[in-house]
Design a binder for this molecule. Sequence first.
Ligand SMILES: *Cc1c(COP(=O)(O)O)cnc(C)c1O
Length: 372
Amino acid sequence: MIHHIHLKPDSWLVSAGRWSAPGDPLNVPLVPASNFLLGAGRSYARDDGTPTWEALEEILGGLESGQAVAFASGMAAIAAVFDQLPAGASVVLPEDCYQGVAGLAMAGAKRGRWTVQRLPLDDTQAWINACSVADLIWLESPSNPLLIVAELDAICAASRKPGAILAVDNTFATPLNQQPLDLGATVSIQSVTKFIGGHSDLMAGVAVTRDPKLWEALRRWRELAGATPGALEAFLAVRGARTLALRLQRAQQTAMILAERLEQHPRVNCVRYPGLPSHSTHAVAKRLLKGFGAIISFDVRGGADAADAVCRNVRLIRHATSLGGVETTMERRAAIPGQEHLPPSLLRLSVGIEDVEDLWADLDSALHAAAS
Ligand SMILES: *Cc1c(COP(=O)(O)O)cnc(C)c1O
């Protein structure tokens, strides 16, 4: 069932996915069942879902006016989409994108399942051209970690090979800042692990589509691959989704202030944040995004050693990977195996909901300490 939201997204996030019979619990319970008493349609969790997963799917499906399938992780949702491809399919992937997606695409290419072409995200014409020949057009916007914003409106409007899938990894924007299905994407993907969960305490993913056949196929893939969300994870993701609007609003407001100050900092070379007028795709971001998000990447003067020193010197900000939590985290991306192509001193900062002045004081002192 496609849920059409009659509420604003922030109200929907709070009110969707609840039961409504007198005496029902206000919150959908954590249901750790593998099987159900027969006779009412639901028999086995892996095949038929559980009330807890369904609450999450109702919230996230409705948020994008589509139907959702919840998975064990963002990568499981992504693998489900890739597995829809016919043998020998052609895949187009951004040069800058989540490393797990690139790894999955390359592993499949190596085994002869499909061919992969990488394109720069900001070369809109190249993407439009690719749409007429590719079976899977994979977009991620804003991208990880260079925060390039793709012209999704133009790319989604380009004519496609019949049956082609245009997928958008919407993890950095979240459905509150960008609605890929409204622009014409076939499927929108979220790593629920990040902003929707919001507390760095779960792994889950979701794929949302308005194509009932694709929805069925993704459900079937989840059943056969066994890539099901955990009961606790789904429960926590519902809990996280309730406050997504507030957390994101606060985090992106703080991110804008930190990005502006970092740009003026003597120890910083280059700041990438879609909200900054200096950002290469700022005009596209202004046109397409409701908010500029909570991720900033910036290069520290003095190279990799100086950047590592900044990571060692922060106190409030946690030196950790991943993103989208209430706590601000930071890491040097080129230190990660497979990410050596990135600028060596690039730090990716995931801005949380702490006080902006405390965060700035921490960053500023760590940047100065790293220089001495
Ligand atoms: C984290 C992430 C993923 C993968 O999600 P998992 O939940 O870790 O499997 C995919 N895309 C982007 C942009 C991400 O940040």
